[in-house]
Design a protein around this ligand. Structure first.
Ligand SMILES: Cc1cc2nc3c(=O)[nH]c(=O)nc-3n(C[C@H](O)[C@H](O)[C@H](O)COP(=O)(O)OP(=O)(O)OC[C@H]3O[C@@H](n4cnc5c(N)ncnc54)[C@H](O)[C@@H]3O)c2cc1C
Length: 392
């Protein structure tokens, strides 16, 4: 392995993978450090949706939704074996908080933000077809809307992006644990453990894409770089036996009105997610019983078949969102990624906070713009909006 790079990246989640691909495509010498395994963090514990995020319309995050829908369209083209369009169903009952006219208006706006493409069409499912809809409770059901969004395997997508970066020359050190960095006039000196052996290298810029570990990594950089005050928000998913087959159900939690998805996954159903502030070690995050009960309760509320026989749990996992700290509900906080740099021109470190799986490529493109002044001129090898991604 070389001992001098243009870009050194900490974190082999989707964001680190995306920056590795973008920097390598721009012709730069790239090192990606991942302490455990690719997508070991949040990028294997998401809801696995490549989506605009219909619910983000409620918090007026229009630019994010537009960007996400653009990226979805691109990924459907570049990664057809990893991202597929699936039907989503939204049931409206007499007691549902989001009324039919609101959902219709939201879907119309969603389609508009998506640029009127075919995949943005939506419709009302005729009453005569409700009997075919996965056994959803039809008592007091007033309407069912159908629209389309993307579904993926988040970890496989992350691995595909890293492979693409490697094919453009990026080097991967795994297990490669970032230990410390010292910033100087020309960039930084990076110390890490590669398969437990101490190593060091130089880089023009360090990208901190450590997800929930972002401020732990930043704390090991001297002089201390600027950061963002964050909350880690735990989201639980359960995989239960059987369940809906016709598409994804977009359900309103009867207790608190949050949106929860019930998603076919092979022969099973993935249901999630929850949102609770988490203060422990990111390595130890696990789904608590209360969140298992909450999610099972939602399945039983909407699917009478699960009222007699409770859902049989196959597995459960929890992931951590990185959200800017505030007093508001996690559900209402912005989902855009935020960058922290140590200086405006020629930064030596850039930390990525938050973001979405869907927007990894757009995020990486923005990172490249922000760090352009720190990097030498190189001959570009490819454009990331033209690089196909294939599963392993
Ligand atoms: C419950 C939940 C559901 C979600 N659902 C969706 C969804 O359906 N669609 C969507 O678009 N987005 C979704 N998201 C958001 C999305 O999953 C995340 O924004 C994204 O995965 C974050 O990726 P990341 O690369 O920043 O972080 P991570 O995936 O956490 O990657 C960080 C990596 O850094 C590594 N690392 C940490 N410290 C070090 C070190 N010292 N040295 C080397 N490596 C280190 C870790 O091992 C890890 O692999 C969801 C998030 C959550 C929590």
């Amino acid at each position: 392995m070389a001992d001098s790079f243009d870009v050194a990246i900490v974190g082999g989640g989707i964001n680190g993978a995306g920056v590795a691909q973008a920097a390598a495509a721009a012709g730069h010498r790239v090192l990606l450090l991942e302490q455990t395994a690719l997508a070991h963090g949040t990028s294997s514990r998401s809801s696995k949706l490549i989506h605009g995020g219909l619910r983000y319309l409620e918090t007026a995050q229009f630019p994010l939704v537009r960007e996400s829908l653009r990226e979805r369209a691109l990924l459907l083209r570049l990664a057809p074996d990893l991202v597929r369009l699936v039907p989503f169903h939204i049931p409206i009952y007499r007691t549902t908080r989001r009324r039919a006219w609101q959902v219709r208006a939201g879907l119309a706006l969603y389609a508009l933000l998506g640029g009127g493409a075919r995949e943005n069409r939506f419709s009302k499912v005729p009453r005569a077809e409700w009997g075919d809809l996965d056994g959803i409770d039809t008592k007091d059901l007033q309407a069912v809307f159908r629209y389309y969004d993307g579904q993926t395997d988040d970890a496989a997508l992350t691995r595909a992006v890293v492979r693409s970066a490697q094919s453009l020359g990026a080097e991967l050190a795994m297990p490669g644990r970032f230990e410390s960095a010292t910033l100087d006039d020309d960039g930084c000196e990076v110390n890490f453990l590669e398969s437990a052996r101490p190593r060091s290298c130089r880089a023009r810029i360090l990208i901190n894409a450590a997800g929930p570990w972002v401020n732990r990594v930043a704390a090991r950089v001297s002089p201390s770089p600027p950061g963002v005050d964050i909350d880690l928000v735990r989201g639980t998913h359960l995989l239960v036996r059987g369940g809906p087959r016709r598409g994804i159900w977009y359900l309103e939690s009867p207790g608190d009105g949050r949106a929860v998805f019930a998603m076919p996954r092979g022969e099973h159903t993935l249901v999630g997610t929850t949102e609770a502030i988490y203060e422990g070690d990111p390595n130890s995050v696990a789904p608590p019983d209360t969140e298992r009960d909450y999610l099972c309760g939602i399945l039983r509320h909407y699917f009478p078949a699960w009222r007699g026989t409770p859902p049989e749990l196959i597995s459960a996992y929890a992931g951590l969102r990185v959200l800017p700290r505030s007093d508001g509900r996690a559900f209402d906080r912005p989902r855009e990624s935020i960058f922290a740099v140590d200086r405006g021109d020629r930064p030596r470190i850039l930390s990525i906070y938050g973001g979405k799986l869907t927007t990894w490529r757009a995020t990486a493109a923005k990172v490249m713009q922000q760090i352009a002044g720190s990097l030498p001129q190189r001959d570009a090898k490819a454009k990331t909006d033209e690089l196909p991604l294939v599963p392993d």
